[in-house]
Each structure stands twice: as C-alpha cells, then as structure tokens.
Design a protein around this ligand. Structure first.
Ligand code: ADP
Ligand code: MG
Length: 699
C-alpha cells in the first residue's frame, strides 16, 4: 500500500470530491440537493452525472457498469453491461447515458416474489438511488439501485427502507416543530452495524459438505477446549488473522466504508468488525458490501469467512448489533440526553417514542431478526432471548419514574469515575452501564438492537424500527397538536406520564438470560416467540398490516408476499440442511463407523488367535457400541427422509415450516448427538472430514 490512507480512502467511490471536480457547478448543486433533501432529479442532471461517472469509472479501469440491488434473497444482485457502443467499422466508443444510469430492466421473474409474480409482469425495474454513492469493484462501476416490479411493488429491501426513512423524517420534523424548533427540515436515521464472523482454513472447509452447502457444521464432537478459558475475547490477534484484517480494512476503505474497530470475539476463530456509523441507507449498502468483501479477502488468504449465525455447536454463534439513532439536518443527535436528561424535552419525547414503538411492535422487531440460522442463537446463553425488551439503565429509568410519579428528580451531576490510580485520567461516567443480555439497549446516545443474526441484512430491523417510531411520533403529534407554546411543557409532561404507565412493561434492566425473566415477561404479557415459524404469522396480523400500509412502507400485497418468502426461505434452509446431513452421514460418516468397527473386530480376532486367553472386553464393547450407533443412525436416517418428504408434500408454507421446526430439526439434533458420540471414538485419520479441533484451532 503506497498511497496514504486519507488519499486511498474512498478512492473507488463516486463521492463528493469527484462529483465536485467532474460536474458543472449547477449540475453538482442539483445533485447535492437530491442527495440531501430527497428532491426529484431531472433528466438533464442525470445525463450530466452519467457522463461524469463514466469518465471517472473509465479512468479508474472500469469497462462495465451494473445496477446493484438487494432482492429478497438477502444477497445482492448485479448484471453487468459494458460501456462499449459501436462507432463505425471495428470501432467502439465508451458510452453511458442518463437513462442507463437512472433505470435498468433486469428480468424479475427468477427472484423471490412470494406470489406477487402472479399479479405483475416478469419485468422488473431498477432505479438509481443517488443517496448511496456509486463505486468501482473488479473493473465494474456499481450503481446502487432500488428494485421494483412493473406496477411499482417493491421487490427488494432498499425501497421499503427508503420509504421508512421518509416516514420517520416527516413525523419527527412535525414533532420538533411543535416543540419549538422551527428550523429543522429533515431527520435521518443513523446506523452503525457491528459484524461478527468466523474464519476457518480453506482446505479444511472444502472437506466439509455441511460448511459448503449450509454454512454451518451439522454435527461434530466438541474440541477439548472451547471458549471456557475466555482467552479469545479481545485476545492478541494471530498473524494470519491480523494480516487478513488489515487487507480487509484497506479494501473497505477504498470503497469509503469507514471500518473502525476490529477484535477477537468470545468463541475461538470468531472476530468482529465495526464501522463508524452512517445514514441508514448508506450503512445498509455498506454492510452488504462488507459481508461480501469479508468473504472475498478471506479467499485470498486461503481462509473462508463464515457469516452463519451458528457455524459450530457448543460455542457462541455470530450476531450483528444494529446501533441506531436519529440526527437532524442541523446535526443534533435526538437521542443524546445531554447533561440533564430530565430537562431535555425533545430527548424525552423521542426516547419515549422509541419505547412506545418497541412495545407496540415488539412482534415485528422479533420478526426482523428471524431466520433459520438465528433460531439457533436467540434464547441460548450467548444472545438475547427471543423476548423483546428494552434496557434503559438506572439513570434514565429514574428519570422516567420521577415523571410517572410527579416526583422531583434530585440534582443530576455528571459522575466522575475514579479508578484509584492517580496517573490515569478521570473520566465522566456514561449514563448507562453495560448490559449485554438485553435485546434492545440504550447505550448513551443511541439504541443498540442486538437480536440480529450475523448474515442478515440490516435493512429489515431498520424498516420496522423507523416505521414503528414514525407511528409513535405521529400519535404523539396528534396528542400535542394545538397546544399553546406556553402550555407545551405541561402537555408533554402529561403525555410522557401516560406513555410511561402504558409502556413500562417493556423496560427490563435485569439479566435477560435468566429463567426468571421468561416467567416475569409472561406475567407482563410480552411476546416470547421462540422460533421463526412461531413469529412469522404475526407479520400479517391486522395491527402490523395497518402500520405498514398507513405509512406507505408496504402494500398489503407486499406484506403477504414477504411473509411467504420468509416462510419458504426458512423451510428451504432446513431442508437443505437435512439433505446435507443425510448425505454426509450416509456417504461419509457411516462408512467410517463401519470401517473402524470392522478394523477393531479384525484386530481383536487376530489378537485372540495369537493369545486365546486374552480378554477382548474393551474391543467387544467398542465394536458393539459402534455397531449399535451404526444401526441407530441408519434407522434415524430413514425417519429423517420421511420427515423431509412430509414437509415437502404438505403444500402449505406455514405447515411445512412448522414441520421443519417441530419435527425435522429435532430429528437432526438426535442424529447429530449420536454421530458426535461415535466420532469421539474414531481416530481422526479414519474420519472423512476435519473435526472441530482442526477447524477451530488451525489458524
Ligand atoms: P460496543 O461493542 O461497545 O457496542 P462498538 O464501538 O463496537 O461498541 O460499536 C458501536 C457502534 O455504534 C459503532 O459502529 C458506532 O459507529 C455506532 N454508533 C455510535 N454512535 C452512533 C449513532 N449516533 N447512531 C448510530 N450508530 C452509532
Ligand atoms: Mg455492541
């Protein structure tokens, strides 16, 4: 790397610096207005931007361009077109028009549409999203786009996200105006997603079908050492990992992705990356790119990056923390309590709006984190439970209590932390201490939603959160509307008092991992939707359909189609896992069991022939144990196949998902447990795939 970091940073994006230098002044201004205020972009501006973009892209080695979008697969999609246009015999020019920049027409018929396809033409459109910068990757100019059907139905995750950001901005501005701020015109959502991942050796990876097809191991005897020594978390980086992280940072920086923090995580071979937060839309695009580049850079280092939520049994899986806040166009973080939160009226109103939103739509928040992979984490003692609750910390809880009881808050002073050693600086204590067990925690000046799985798109929880908060704010607005400015403080106080009484049940500052909390939450009437098939039907509940349609985030058809897609996705995932398990056990593992049992028997027989008096008890026990396991697994596999067939043939998406959850996964666990016991007895040299020991400790 010879360029200095500040010069390298963002060198592969069509960002502000390039725009300013390449665009005529009036065009630059028009584009900035669109980016900052969401105003409509005229075709002449698009034409001018297209010319500048192409020029910049070609200068930087690009030969192609692609509309980059985020269909419901959860991954990104791209179709490349070259810039070349024939110009006379055997000659071409590099060409790119405003029309090509603004609109693309990929065939939509092969993307998941959840039944929407029946009602719309196969044609789909991609529309340029000027608020997320275009970038160059692998000699192609990538243009971030929204993806919708011929009749305008959203087929992606970006469209509803942009809609939800609009809805939230509109409601937030209205409330701020009521509270006496006449100058604010826009409120944006900011997101900082922390991303966890595993790294494994590529040669080992290639020997495991479960990792290749499912992204996770389906069985495997535990390594003698797991995470019990707690020595990996924040531990010193191994050279191979450190080299990987460095390359990854550089690749991300080139694309203007502000990768900031990196460290080892709790489980062996597990790591984390966190960027500096950004506007929701850009942060979502960046997280998609980050996941992709994590995998790509790993390949170069002869490693594989696993983004699955639970690659290994018995040790922690990976999540993604969605740090979320609101910022005005004047740069004010609305969730910053300041020094005296009790007196900070806008802060209290927005804080309360989030509490109300999460309480009213806890089921949707849960759904936003639901996937087959994440079901293995939620509720385990490594990730928040499936019960959505909010952690506020002592100070804010006390503030809310004093409002509820009309009591006076004692004088609030910034508390200094004294570590006892005089050489160390003193610093001011945060308003909240750290609680790692809460799914939704206030962390100083933002909320952190911790339920999300590592492979998920961050778009989904933010669509829900933005919309639910927009709804809460719109209700607050209605209550406060018409109040005279001199009466506003009183009116806000009454509103807050009311809201606290109604929604305090969602606030829980204790240990979310405990059994008592499950009981307590039940008494409070909170949802405990443990699995994906348990929670998904809430997506189409009347109150949730009303929420999304009222704020124009989804039409009813879009909701139902997404519901179908999510269910199908769940079932398909489990079925692929079941078939992979079947194949691995049948073709690889059972032959190994058989071979080792046979070899042991043969050795015993020859030993017996050699010394007839010798006891062969241990050999007999081993052979008989392995043979019993062989029989049990063979029988179990027959049952597995029958369950696969049962799920496939129901013809009802919800029922199929329920069979997967209630029957198939249980059978798979049973098989895995039996296999693990046998695996622990078989020498590594006779196992057809690398073990947990090798996978987790080889780097
Ligand atoms: P921790 O592991 O303690 O939760 P990290 O530093 O790993 O903290 O991650 C915190 C994340 O929160 C970072 O991505 C950071 O940029 C982000 N963040 C900080 N302030 C805000 C904010 N106002 N809005 C959204 N995200 C924020
Ligand atoms: Mg965090």
């Amino acid at each position: 790397m010879n360029k200095e970091i500040p010069e390298l940073y963002g060198s592969m994006i069509f960002g502000d610096k390039v725009m300013r230098s390449k665009l005529p002044k009036d065009m630059y201004k028009a584009l900035r207005k669109t980016i900052e205020n969401g105003t409509h972009l005229e075709l002449d501006v698009a034409n001018s931007v297209a010319v500048a973009m192409k020029e910049w892209a070609v200068e930087n080695g690009a030969t192609h361009y692609t509309h980059w979008f985020q269909p419901m697969t959860g991954f990104t999609a791209e179709k490349h077109d070259s810039f070349i246009a024939p110009a006379g015999e055997g000659e071409v020019i590099m060409d790119f028009s405003g029309k090509e920049l603004v609109k693309g027409e990929p065939d939509a018929s092969s993307f998941p549409s959840g039944g929407l396809r029946a009602t719309f033409e196969a044609r789909g459109y991609t529309a340029w999203d000027p608020t997320s910068p275009a970038f160059i990757k692998d000699k192609t100019l990538y243009i971030p786009t929204a993806f919708c059907s011929y009749s305008g139905e959203a087929l992606d995750k970006k469209t509803p996200l942009l809609r939800s950001m609009e809805a939230l901005s509109k409601e937030a501005v209205k409330v701020l105006h009521l509270l006496g701020n006449d100058t604010v015109t826009r409120v944006s959502t900011t997101i900082g997603p922390e991303q966890e991942y595993f790294l494994v050796d590529k040669d080992l990876y290639k020997k495991r079908k479960d990792l290749i097809f499912c992204g996770r191991t389906l069985f495997g005897a535990p390594a003698p050492k797991g995470q019990e020594m707690e020595d990996h978390y924040f531990g010193a980086l191994k050279p191979k990992v450190s080299a990987y992280m460095h390359d990854l940072d550089v690749e991300l920086w080139k694309l203007g992705i502000p990768a900031k923090t990196k460290h080892n995580e709790v489980a062996p071979a597990q790591h984390e990356l966190a960027p500096v937060f950004d506007t929701a839309n850009v942060a979502v695009d960046h997280n998609q790119l980050t996941m992709e580049i994590m995998k790509k850079v790993a390949e170069k280092h002869n490693m594989v990056c696993l983004l699955h939520e639970k690659p290994f049994q018995g040790i922690n899986g990976s999540g993604k923390h969605n740090n979320w806040s609101l910022v005005t166009n004047e740069g004010v973080n609305l969730l910053n309590p300041g020094r005296t939160p009790a007196k900070n009226l806008p802060f209290l109103v927005f804080l309360m709006a989030v509490i109300k939103a999460v309480d009213d739509y806890a089921d949707l928040m849960r759904i936003s984190a639901a996937s087959a992979g994440n079901d293995h984490r939620l509720g385990g003692n490594e990730a928040p439970p499936a019960i959505v609750s909010i952690f506020l910390g002592d100070e804010l809880t006390a503030v809310l209590k004093s409002i509820e009881n009309d009591s006076h808050m004692g004088k609030q002073e910034a508390v200094q932390i004294d570590i006892g050693a005089h050489v160390l600086p003193h610093f001011v204590k945060d308003n909240t201490d750290r609680n790692r067990t809460s799914p939704f925690a206030f962390t100083g000046n933002k909320f952190e939603f911790r339920m999300l799985g590592s492979s998920a798109s961050v778009a989904t929880p933010n669509i829900v959160l933005n919309t639910a908060v927009a709804e809460a704010l719109s209700q607050f607005y209605k209550e406060l509307e018409g109040t005279k400015p001199e009466d506003m403080e009183q009116a806000v106080h009454a509103l807050l008092k009311n809201a606290i009484e109604k929604h305090k049940k969602i606030i829980f500052n204790g240990n979310g991992y405990s059994e008592e909390w499950v009981e307590e939450a039940k008494k409070r009437g909170l949802y405990n939707l443990v699995s994906t098939p348990d929670c998904l039907p809430r997506f189409i509940a009347d109150k949730n359909v009303e929420l999304f349609t009222r704020h124009h985030i989804f039409t009813k058809e879009e909701i139902f189609s997404r519901y179908e897609i999510l269910l199908e996705n769940y079932t398909k995932t489990v079925l692929i896992e079941a078939r992979t398990l079947d194949e691995m056990l049948t073709k690889d593992f059972l032959p190994a069991v058989n071979a080792y049992a046979g070899e042991t028997a043969k050795n015993a027989a020859s030993k017996k022939a050699f010394m007839p008096g010798l006891s062969m008890d241990s050999e007999e026990a081993l052979v008989s144990g392995l043979t019993k396991t062989y029989a049990a697994l063979t029988d179990g596999l027959k049952e597995l196949k029958a369950l696969i067939e049962k799920a496939v043939s129901t013809g009802d998406t919800l029922k199929a998902a329920q069979i997967c959850h209630l029957e198939l996964l249980g059978k798979m666990d049973e098989l895995a447990e039996a296999a693990n016991k046998a695996e622990a007895l078989i020498p590594d040299t006779m196992l057809p795939y690398p073990t947990y020991d090798q996978l987790l400790f080889s780097l």
